[in-house]
Design a protein around this ligand. Structure first.
Ligand code: PLP
Length: 516
């Protein structure tokens, strides 16, 4: 079982949502614009989901339109506001320094494309991640649009929307509030606020990817992003994503009826449980964000002298999925701009790990997560970089790279049968070796050879001439290792493409006796 603790990146689809989506792709496949009965059924579905969303968000006389997700909702809101600002007296566009990239990028894109060339200013945040209201007070009179989020995706910090609203009370600025991380976690009574635009995303709350909602206050300027057949009351053309909307509808139904999602208090208890396991596993752990004032579903921390990427890989090897910040920037090693904006020291911003649960997380998953987190801590203590040898730069390989051979996970059982003289070589870090291996490798002897020690074993492998199968977690290191051996003239040098990550379920910890 995967212990998925990265809900702020995306969530699994709720079974009821998957069933609803399936129904909308099966028997109820109609186009809501058709006037026959099949179409009328689809229309009833979409109207029902919209009405439910309106009740849940207290949208009042505001409009709710279905989008492909929050990025589209943000584009639509920014475009709408900026078109309305053309020729006006506004001089600046403001956004919170910790907003999701979609916001500043949309501001820059449409500001330049529409030729407004307004000044774009980031509202600083304090060490707790809260917007600097004095800065906002100073710039609000000249602002045409203010963008702030309800809760942050990396830190879970909850914005002081009431404080922002008070500062904006006399400002003519339009106000966009990114509600993505707040949906299902914080009460949102949109019609009781002066919020003009609020985008939401289905896949952050157990609906399928590719569906979202945009709230537009009654009277707020609107320009469609997409023109065409006039769907969504001509606010957003294009045949509706009925499977996504049906899935989102099932999630909203669960929210409205209760019983599926956990309360703030229950989630806080789960977070405390996870934090206790993390502290046991990683002595010296420092929280990057105070628990008070952040969503009870998010933990963000760093460990002195332990790189974020090492912790992510360690947890991944242990069957626990976490991230280093936002999923969009996970592949980049740059420090978190969100934590930098909060003024955290560089080591904390660069070493950040985010662990996030969703409101439907069950207690058994948290219990198992805690067990595995402690096992990861033990693996790190016993085999961590302090014990060496450890390869900080797996890319640093000497010699020519040759064309290695590739085996994919589904072929692995047959491949192993065919090559009974195979040498199986684990090029993961030593602290990953104590963590689970796939059943297919059960009872096989494994040579553990870190990347920077390949040279030591290479001559023996070449002399023996037995086929070699390198494996690692993602398939990157093993490819480099296999290529290096191929470059040295080994003609049976194989890599497990995609690594352990693409194999089915991993088993319990391997027998250390099988590691040589
Ligand atoms: N806003 C926030 C706060 C997010 O966390 C995300 C997704 O990471 C987005 C916007 C973009 O959402 P979507 O993936 O639906 O485009």
């Amino acid at each position: 079982m995967d212990i998925y603790l990265d809900a702020n990146a995306t969530t699994p689809v709720l079974p009821a949502a998957a069933r609803a989506a399936q129904q909308a792709m099966g028997d109820d496949f109609g186009n809501p614009s058709s006037v026959h009965s099949t179409g009328l059924k689809a229309r009833a579905l979409i109207d029902g989901v919209r009405a439910r969303a309106a009740r849940l968000l207290d949208a009042g006389s505001g409009r709710l339109l279905f989008t492909s997700g929050a990025t589209e909702g943000i584009q639509t809101a920014v475009l709408s506001a900026l078109v309305a600002l053309r020729g006006g007296s506004a001089r600046a566009l403001l956004y919170g320094a910790t907003e999701h990239k979609a916001v500043p990028e949309a501001l820059r894109h449409w500001n330049s494309l529409l030729g407004l060339n307004l000044e774009i200013l980031a509202i600083p945040v304090d060490a707790l991640g809260r917007h600097d209201l004095d800065f906002l007070r100073q710039h609000a009179p000249q602002a045409g649009l203010v963008c702030t989020m309800a809760a942050n995706n990396e830190t879970g910090v909850i914005s002081d929307l009431a404080g922002i609203a008070a500062v904006l009370a006399d400002s003519p600025a339009l106000w966009l509030v990114d509600g993505v991380q707040a949906l299902g976690k914080l009460p949102l009574k949109l019609s009781q606020t002066r919020i003009d635009y609020a985008p939401f995303s289905g896949h952050k709350l157990y609906a399928p990817k590719g569906v979202g909602l945009l709230y537009v206050r009654d009277g707020a300027p609107f320009t469609p992003l997409m023109a065409g057949g006039g769907q969504e009351g001509a606010l957003r053309s294009g045949t509706e994503n009925m499977a996504g909307i049906a899935g989102l509808g099932a999630v909203l139904q669960a929210l409205e009826e209760g019983g599926t999602f956990r309360s703030h208090a229950e989630l806080s208890v789960m977070r405390q449980q996870l934090l206790a396991a993390l502290k046991d596993a990683l002595p010296g752990l420092v929280l990057n964000v105070a628990l008070d004032g952040s969503l009870p579903t998010t933990l963000n921390f760093a460990v002195p002298d332990v790189p974020s990427r090492l912790l992510q890989d360690l947890f991944d090897a242990g069957g626990v999925r976490v991230s280093g910040g936002s999923a969009c920037s996970a592949a980049k090693a740059a420090p978190s701009f969100v934590l930098e904006a909060m003024g955290l020291p560089e080591w904390q911003a660069a070493g950040a790990v985010r662990l996030s649960i969703g409101p439907a997380t069950d207690a058994a998953l948290v219990d198992e997560g805690c067990t595995r987190i402690r096992a990861c801590g033990e693996a790190l203590r016993r085999h961590g970089p302090q014990h060496g040898p450890w390869c900080e730069d797996p890319g640093a390989m000497n010699g020519d790279l040759g064309d290695c051979r590739i085996v994919i996970g589904s072929q692995l059982p047959d491949f192993l049968k065919l090559h009974d003289d195979l040498v199986l070589i684990d090029v993961r870090e030593p602290y990953e070796h104590a963590l689970p291996l796939p059943p297919v490798f059960a009872s096989m002897q494994v040579q553990a050879v870190p990347m920077n020690c390949l040279g030591t074993s290479a001559q023996a492998w070449l002399n023996e001439g037995r086929p070699l199968l390198f494996f690692c977690r993602s398939g990157n290191r093993s490819r480099q290792a296999a290529q290096a051996l191929a470059g040295m003239g080994h003609d049976q040098s194989w890599t497990l493409a995609g690594g352990l990550a693409l194999l089915p379920e991993l088993e319990a910890a391997p027998d250390p006796a099988l590691y040589v």
